[in-house]
Design a protein around this ligand. Structure first.
Ligand code: PMP
Ligand code: GLU
Length: 421
């Protein structure tokens, strides 16, 4: 029986589904059906979570830590995260009360956006969210759902996908509320240098003093430990003049290979940071409360005892970045720059638009490219359209997999491209 009067709420019905999640799930389903699909879609390290982190959770579970916990997290985790933000990232005035743990960085981002952005009142302009693009597919939908209006700042391969301070200055208006930064970048694999970020910080500081007093920065640093191109990671929240305006998002998913655990956190500074963290706790307290009780014990362990594991994985990613770039640079019409951080290659494949695949598929977009190579050569990639801007000319390749898989996948990509007419 169907009733076409029944409808999903407009704000969700119009929400763009995550294309990264969609292609990852499709590849999984095809593999379950017995197809030899090579997955390069998931932004997920292939390593197992370090044993010492698992043991802490097992011990907590066995010790009966199975009850509700304080919404922002247990005391030990908040203290360990505040110490990390202070000592590793140089964020001034970040105390345990400036930290809240959420169910993954995506959840942190979601709750943070709802605490920082308002739906416009009738007749009032929307709050603007400045987003250098291409960027991770979830920022725009989440910020828009919270009431923000996205102002895209285009970047290109030629600028290393970096927004210049001048571009930022031009994008800022009296309605600017949030600047979202992500370095190292998903999907570009590139980074801002400390000098770039200091220059961006200066623009933020000037704008906040003059035309945009409500401007804040949301700095997503979830890939900070996966860097290998000679660029040092820098936290914009460490700049004292703007520290109180910066919310830093991070989590354990990528650095510690813990995507399924769902641990993300934010850190902030000063009086506004305290008010923000309290607001996050109020919203999260009406949403999901604490994260799974017995995984808190793993947070201080990961942050203080796993440097060797992080280094082992970092070195593997460095080698894979090298291999992926070497293989891509030999494929005609595929323009790539070598990643310096995270684990993504983001080559421009638009030279092939207008062609037809061996299987007869017309390739006029990144989406059609990815659909065809998945169907014909069993390689799962992510089309670049939803990353914004020039992303529509690009495909994302997550090289968080073995060298053997990278070589096999690049063989298939070369074969697919070779068959385009
Ligand atoms: N930020 C970026 C840039 C990401 O790529 C991801 C991966 N999904 C996240 C945040 C969130 O990761 P998680 O929710 O697993 O912590
Ligand atoms: N961040 C990862 C990716 O971009 C995981 C999937 C998601 O949450 O988007 O693939």
């Amino acid at each position: 029986m169907s009733n076409n009067q029944l409808q999903i709420a407009r704000r969700v019905a119009s929400l763009t589904p995550s294309v990264t999640v969609a292609f990852t799930n499709r590849a999984k389903l095809m593999r379950e059906k017995g197809l030899d699909v090579l997955g390069f879609a998931a932004g997920e390290p292939d390593f197992d979570t370090p044993d010492i982190i698992k043991q802490a959770a097992i011990d907590a579970l066995k010790a009966g830590k199975t009850k509700y916990m304080p919404t922002p997290g247990d005391t030990a985790s908040r203290a360990a995260i505040a110490k990390k933000f202070t000592e590793e990232n140089g964020i001034p005035g970040c105390t345990p009360e400036h930290v809240i743990v959420s169910a993954g960085g995506k959840h942190s981002l979601f709750v943070a956006c709802h605490c920082l952005l308002d739906q416009p009142k009738p007749g009032e302009p929307a709050q603007e969210v400045i987003l250098p693009v291409p960027t991770w597919v979830s920022y725009a939908p989440i910020a828009e759902l919270a009431g923000g209006k996205i102002v895209e700042v285009p970047t290109t391969v030629d600028s290393g996908f970096r927004m210049s301070p001048e571009q930022l200055r031009r994008a800022i208006t009296p309605n600017s509320r949030l600047l979202i930064l992500n370095s190292p970048s998903n999907p570009c694999g590139t980074m801002y240098t400390p000098e770039d970020l200091k220059a961006i910080g200066k623009v933020v500081e000037e704008a906040a003093r003059t035309i945009a007093p409500n401007l804040l920065v949301l700095s997503d640093e979830i890939y900070e430990k996966i860097v290998y191109g000679g660029v040092k990671h820098f936290s914009i929240g460490s700049i004292p003049e703007i520290a109180e305006r910066v919310i830093t998002i991070n989590g354990l998913s990528k650095a510690y290979s813990m995507t399924g655990w769902r641990i993300g956190y934010t850190g902030s500074s000063g009086a506004f940071g305290l008010a923000f963290t309290k607001a996050m706790a109020v919203l999260q307290g009406q949403m999901s409360t604490n994260i799974t009780s017995f995984i808190y014990s793993s947070i201080p362990v990961a942050l203080s005892k796993c440097a060797d594991d992080v280094e082992r994985m970092r070195l593997a990613f460095a080698e894979r970045a090298e291999l992926t770039n070497a293989r891509l640079s030999k494929i005609p019409g595929v323009r790539n720059i070598k990643a310096t951080g995270a684990f993504y290659a983001f080559p421009d494949v638009s030279a092939h638009f207008g062609k037809t695949s061996k299987g007869g598929a017309k390739i006029n977009s990144a989406l059609e490219f990815c659909e065809a190579i998945l169907a014909e050569n069993l390689v799962a990639l992510v089309p670049g359209e939803d990353f914004g801007g020039c992303g529509k000319n690009h495909i994302r390749i997550s090289f968080a997999c073995s060298n053997e898989q990278i070589n096999k996948g690049m063989d298939r990509l070369a074969e697919f491209v070779g068959g385009l007419k």
